[in-house]
Design a protein around this ligand. Sequence first.
Ligand code: AMP
Length: 114
Amino acid sequence: MSDTLFSRIIRREIPADIVFEDEHVLAFRDIQPQAPVHVLFIPKNPIATLNDVAPCDAELLGRLMLAAADFARQQGFADQGYRVVMNCNRDGGQSVYHIHLHLLAGRQMVWPPG
Ligand code: AMP
């Protein structure tokens, strides 16, 4: 896949407010937050969309979820609640083609989402 903005953040070519990093996952604050807390969890290995995920990526997807839940616990809003979202392709509202899990928290979420 072609290089994305998020790959450039991983390589520290673009600044980002990084809140978590390990061997597989990077997390940073969204530049246009849609809630008081809005963090993106991305795999360091770039995958364009959820449609491109293979069975061998199952552990990696789990790591994104676990990193988000750990962050929520550490920041103290896990019990209050939060939302995780992954947008896929045009109708899903995806704008950066490097999969990412949005973590939104700090306000009451509504359903259905827009
Ligand atoms: P999506 O629309 O699901 O692909 O989400 C992409 C997200 O990336 C949006 O919420 C953007 O605000 C966010 N974003 C775009 N550029 C940056 C950046 N340089 N740093 C942090 N977040 C960004």
